[in-house]
Design a protein around this ligand. Structure first.
Ligand code: NAP
Length: 623
C-alpha cells in the first residue's frame, strides 16, 4: 500500500499562506477540544482496571525473595537502564543487579508489540551498541521486534541476564548512612543492599484508558495496544491477524501508535472503525531495507558519528561535515524549534526575534499546509480527507510518519469515525461505541490511547525514596526537582536518575539515554578509582545547574497554551518548561558534560576522609 504521490513542498509559497486565517482556525479548533477535566479525564490501568496492564507476553514465575548486596542496582531494563548496566560492566563492575517490572529486557520495546510497531527514528542512530554487538538493522526504520531482539543481544553481550530479575518492581529506597548503601525493597519481598542505584524506569510506562462513560459496561473483547492480545487476533507484529477476519474492530486513538497500527488492522479485519478525536500530522516514512553496500562501507565509529550528526542538525548546529540523515524529522526541523532544544546557530545572523518567530511560524504553516494537501491527494473521500486534516502547529502533538495510514481509508472495510464534534467518544454500551446519537456495534475495542507521561520511578509516588538525614525525595523536590546535569543529586547520594529531566532533550531519546549512561558510568568509575566515600552532588553545583537552566531557558509556554490539548501541554494546562530542560540543546549539553568529566569531579565525589572535611565545610552536608 506504499504510495509515493506527494506534492513537492516547495510549491507552498508564502503568498499562499493566509496567516490570520490559519491562526484563527487553529485557535477555534483548540477551543472546541479543550475539556475542563484536562489530564484527569483518563483512567489509570491500576486497581479495577489493572487487567489492562497485565503482562500478556511472559508468564510470571514464583521465586523466593532475595537479599543480595551488590555494587550497582539498576531499576528498569529499557534502553536507559540497560545502557547504564552495559557501561558499568565495561568499566569492570561485576556486581550488578538489574530489575524490571516486565518479563524481559527492552522497556518500551518489550511492552509495545502491536502489529506493525516500528520506531519512528532511524534504526542506525536509534538502536544502541550496534557496533559492539556487530549488528546492522535490516530496515531503515526498524520493526519493534528487531529493536527488542537487539536489546536482548546487548544484555547477552554484556552478560547481564545473570544479574536480572524480571517481574520485579522496586517499592522503596532508603539510604543507610552507616553502611553508605541503599536499602531497596521490591514487590517480591526482596531486600537488597546496593552501593549505587540507577533509576531507568522510562517516561511512557503506564498505559492509560480514555475517560469514556460506560467503558466498564462493554462486554466485547478489549485491550490496550501496549498489551497486545495475539491470542485473540492471531498472528504477530508482521501480520497474520486471521482472528479478525470475521470481526468488526474499533480502534480508539490516532496518535503515533494508532497511525502505525491502522494499516495492518485494515488488511485483516472484516471491518475497521477508527475513532479519531484529533488527527495526527502524517509525514513521509520512506522506509526500506538496508543497502548492503552502504552497510559494508561503514567505518568504525560510524554510529556515534551519525547519531551526533542527526542531533546536531535538529539542534541547528553548524555542521563540520555533511548532514547524514535525510528524513521528515530533518525536513521539518525548523517547525519543531519552538518545542525542542538547540543552539540554532544555523539561523541567519542579525534577524530580530520577531522576524525569526515570523519565519518559524511561516515554515510551520508551509509544513502543515503541505501535509493537508497530501491528505487531499491520497484520500479519495473528500469528507474523510477533511476530517483527517490536523489544524494545529506542527509540534503541538508528536508528529507521525506513514506511507500507508492515509491510504488505508480508501479501503472498503475501513471507516473513519470523527468524534471531534462530540468531544470524543460519548459512551460505551454492552456491545457498542457511541458517538453523539450514533451507535457503532463492534466485536472488539482496541485502545491506542497512550500512556501516563513521566510518572514512573522517583516521581511516581510509588517509590518512596529516603536520602541522607531522613529526607524524602518528593518533599525535597516539592518546589522543583534538584539535579546536577539531570542525573546526580544533593541529599540523595549514590543515586542517579536517567531520562529527560533537567537534561537536554532530543528526538532520538535512545541516544540521549546512551550518553547519560556513559556519563553515570564515568562518575561511578571515578569514584571507584579514587576511593571516594560516596557520590553526592554539592548543593552549590546543583544550584548552579538550576541557575543555568533558568538563565538559558527558552520559555515555550505561549506556544503550548495555543496548542490543541495533548500530553505535550498537559491536556491544555501548559506549564513553563524553564528549569526542567536544557534549552541550548544536546550538543551544547554534551560539551558541558565532556568538559566536566575531564575535570576532577569534585562537585560530586565525596572523598574518603569526608568526615573531617564535612565538619570544616558545613555547606556540603545536608543536615
Ligand atoms: P497518544 O499520542 O497519547 O495518543 C492517544 C490517542 O488517543 C490520541 O489520538 C487521543 O486523542 C486518543 N484519545 C484519548 N482519549 C480519547 C477519547 N475519549 N475518545 C477518542 N480518542 C481519544 O498515544 P500513542 O499514540 O500511544 O503515542 C504515545 C507516545 O509513544 C508517542 O507520542 C511517542 O512518543 C511514542 N511512540 C513512539 C513510536 C515510535 O515510533 N518511536 C511509536 C508509537 C508511539 P487526542 O489527540 O484528541 O487526545
Amino acid at each position: 500500500m506504499s504510495d509515493s504521490r506527494t506534492t513537492p513542498r516547495e510549491t507552498a509559497i508564502d503568498d499562499d499562506i493566509d496567516v490570520e486565517a490559519l491562526r484563527a482556525k487553529y485557535a477555534a479548533e483548540r477551543d472546541r477540544r479543550i475539556r475542563p477535566d484536562g489530564a484527569t479525564q483518563y483512567r489509570k490501568t491500576k486497581g479495577e482496571w489493572g487487567y489492562y496492564a497485565r503482562d500478556p507476553y511472559t508468564e510470571r514465575q514464583e521465586r523466593e525473595p532475595r537479599t543480595d548486596d551488590v555494587e550497582a542496582l539498576i531499576i528498569g531494563t529499557g534502553i536507559g537502564g540497560l545502557s547504564a548496566a552495559a557501561r558499568l560492566r565495561e568499566k569492570g563492575v561485576e556486581s550488578i543487579r538489574i530489575m524490571d517490572d516486565a518479563g524481559d529486557v527492552g522497556g518500551t520495546w518489550y511492552w509495545n508489540r502491536y502489529p506493525n510497531v516500528h520506531c519512528d527514528v532511524e534504526s542506525y542512530v536509534y538502536m544502541p551498541f550496534l557496533e559492539t554487538i556487530g549488528y546492522i538493522p535490516k530496515w531503515r526504520y526498524a520493526p519493534g521486534e528487531e529493536i527488542r531482539q537487539g536489546l536482548t543481544k546487548v544484555a547477552q553481550h554484556f552478560d547481564l541476564y545473570r544479574d536480572a530479575l524480571f517481574h520485579t518492581k522496586a517499592t522503596s529506597l532508603d539510604w543507610d548512612e552507616e553502611t553508605q548503601r541503599w536499602q531497596v525493597t521490591t514487590d517480591r519481598g526482596d531486600r537488597f543492599q546496593a552501593r549505587f542505584v540507577i533509576i531507568g524506569t522510562g517516561s511512557f510506562t503506564d498505559p492509560k484508558l480514555p475517560g469514556i462513560p460506560g467503558i466498564e459496561d462493554y462486554k466485547g473483547h478489549t485491550f490496550h495496544t501496549a498489551r497486545w492480545d495475539y491470542g485473540y487476533t492471531g498472528g504477530d507484529q508482521f501480520g497474520g491477524l486471521t482472528g479478525l477476519a470475521d470481526k468488526r474492530v474499533a480502534v480508539v486513538g490516532t496518535g503515533a501508535t494508532g497511525v502505525q497500527l491502522v494499516p495492518m488492522l485494515a488488511k485483516y479485519a472484516k471491518e475497521l472503525l477508527v475513532f479519531q478525536r484529533t488527527p495526527s500530522s502524517i509525514g513521509i516514512r520512506g522506509n526500506g531495507p538496508t543497502d548492503p553496500e552502504w552497510a559494508a562501507s561503514l567505518k568504525p565509529g560510524w554510529q556515534e558519528e551519525r547519531a551526533r550528526n542527526f542531533a546536531a542538525v535538529l539542534a541547528g548546529e553548524r555542521l563540520v561535515g555533511e548532514q547524514v540523515v535525510e528524513d521528515d524529522w530533518v525536513r521539518t526541523a525548523r517547525a519543531q524549534r519552538p518545542m525542542t532544544s538547540g543552539r540554532f546557530l544555523d539561523d541567519e545572523p542579525g534577524l530580530s526575534p520577531e522576524e525569526l518567530e515570523r519565519r518559524i511560524e511561516l515554515d510551520d504553516f508551509r509544513t502543515t499546509n503541505w501535509m493537508r494537501a497530501r491528505i487531499d491527494e491520497i484520500v479519495d473521500d473528500p469528507a474523510t480527507a477533511e476530517a483527517l486534516k490536523p489544524w494545529y502547529r506542527y509540534m503541538c502533538k508528536r508528529p507521525a510518519f506513514s506511507d500507508e495510514y492515509l491510504q488505508a481509508f480508501n479501503l472498503p472495510n475501513v471507516r473513519l469515525v470523527d468524534t471531534s464534534t462530540a468531544g470524543g467518544i460519548t459512551r460505551m454500551t454492552e456491545n457498542a461505541v457511541v458517538v453523539g446519537d450514533e451507535e457503532y456495534e463492534v466485536d472488539c475495542v482496541i485502545f491506542a490511547t497512550g500512556f501516563d507521561f513521566g510518572v514512573s520511578g522517583l516521581m511516581s509516588g510509588e517509590l518512596p525514596t529516603t536520602g541522607r538525614n531522613g529526607k524524602q525525595l518528593l518533599e525535597v523536590w516539592m518546589t522543583g526537582p534538584r539535579t546536577l546535569h539531570g542525573c546526580a543529586m544533593d541529599d540523595f547520594p549514590n543515586l542517579f536518575n536517567m531520562g529527560l529531566l533537567q537534561n537536554a532533550s532530543s528526538v532520538n531519546l535512545s541516544y540521549m539515554l546512551q550518553t547519560q549512561a556513559q556519563h553515570v558510568a564515568a562518575i561511578i568509575d571515578r569514584a571507584r578509582q579514587t576511593g571516594a566515600k560516596r557520590i553526592e552532588a554539592s548543593k552549590e553545583s546543583v544550584d548552579a545547574w538550576l541557575r543555568l537552566l533558568r538563565e538559558t531557558g527558552r520559555d515555550n509556554t505561549r506556544y503550548s497554551e495555543e496548542c490543541t490539548p495533548g500530553y505535550y501541554n498537559r491536556e491544555g494546562n501548559a506549564r513553563s518548561n524553564v528549569g526542567m530542560t536544557f534549552s541550548p540543546g544536546p550538543i551544547a549539553f554534551w560539551e558541558i558534560l565532556e568538559e566536566w568529566r575531564a575535570g576532577d569531579m569534585s562537585d560530586v565525589l565525596v572523598p574518603a576522609d569526608a568526615d573531617a572535611r564535612e565538619s570544616a565545610a558545613p555547606a556540603r552536608t545536608s543536615g
